[in-house]
Design a protein. Structure first.
Length: 256
């Protein structure tokens, strides 16, 4: 996908669906109750196969739904990991802290790089160039995530990504082996559409990150996230063309 122009129209969702594996495509059309049941089945299977699991929580709605689904099923002391890039929206940090307290997360772990090198990368590569985005994301997000997985000795990590978000994520599997360190990424929401996520939080009356009400439809750090005022555009239009075009490179480094 790298170096190809990204289509941010609503057609992108369909294109992503068509890239998903034959074992996943039928799951896209399950009713929400069926998707919830399947996701819980995946969580339970992961816990049986990989007893030292962690769960990534970014403050976005996908990881919020994953956390809500998983909490009744996972051990109380499972690490819930927030990777603080040091360039987060203040609203995201405040929301994560609110969830930590109100949902009584027993083993919440916040990790970050030793320092904020964002300006160093701007000076070296220019702002939002492919080289800048790769270096900045690898240093501030990917490396701290892989380090904490290794430091905690985890053999599995739950991630709330969905296949319809990006062409590279559409190619993922429910259980995906990773190296450096060796572990399995489990993706219980891989076959959920955007509408499923929104309906789930509505049904369960779950408070979401307030940034969504301000016009954001996909959340990352402040450097690579903009509002989306086009209701017919793809949900990740606010993440910028450069990041989307180099997603394979980032995922090869360990990005979710």
């Amino acid at each position: 996908m790298e170096n190809k122009k990204i289509d941010f129209s609503e057609k992108r969702t369909k294109n992503c669906e068509e890239l998903m594996g034959p074992e996943l495509r039928p799951l896209l059309d399950l009713p929400l109750d069926g998707k919830i049941a399947k996701s819980k089945e995946i969580i339970k299977e992961a816990l049986q196969k990989y007893p030292k699991m962690g769960l990534g929580f970014s403050g976005g709605t996908d990881s919020l739904v994953l956390l809500h689904l998983a909490l009744p099923l996972i051990p109380k002391d499972m690490p819930i990991v927030f990777i603080n890039t040091q360039n987060e929206f203040p609203e995201t940090c405040a929301f994560i802290e609110k969830i930590r307290k109100s949902w009584n997360l027993k083993n919440f772990i916040e990790v970050k790089a030793e320092q904020n090198k964002m300006q160093d990368f701007v000076d070296k590569f220019g702002f939002k160039t492919p080289e800048f985005t790769t270096a900045c994301c690898n240093y501030h997000k990917i490396a701290p995530m892989t380090k904490v997985i290794g430091d905690l000795g985890l053999n599995g990590f739950f991630v709330g990504l969905r296949g319809v978000e990006h062409e590279e994520r559409a190619k993922e599997f429910l259980f995906s082996p990773r190296q450096n360190p060796s572990h399995i990424r489990a993706h219980p929401l891989l076959f959920w559409r955007t509408g499923d996520v929104l309906e789930y939080v509505k049904q369960h009356d779950i408070e979401c990150n307030p940034l969504y009400a301000q016009g954001y439809t996909s959340l990352g750090c402040v450097l690579c996230t903009e509002k989306n005022f086009n209701s017919s555009a793809h949900e990740r239009v606010g993440r910028g063309a450069v990041r989307e075009e180099i997603m394979k490179r980032l995922r090869d480094l360990g990005y979710t």
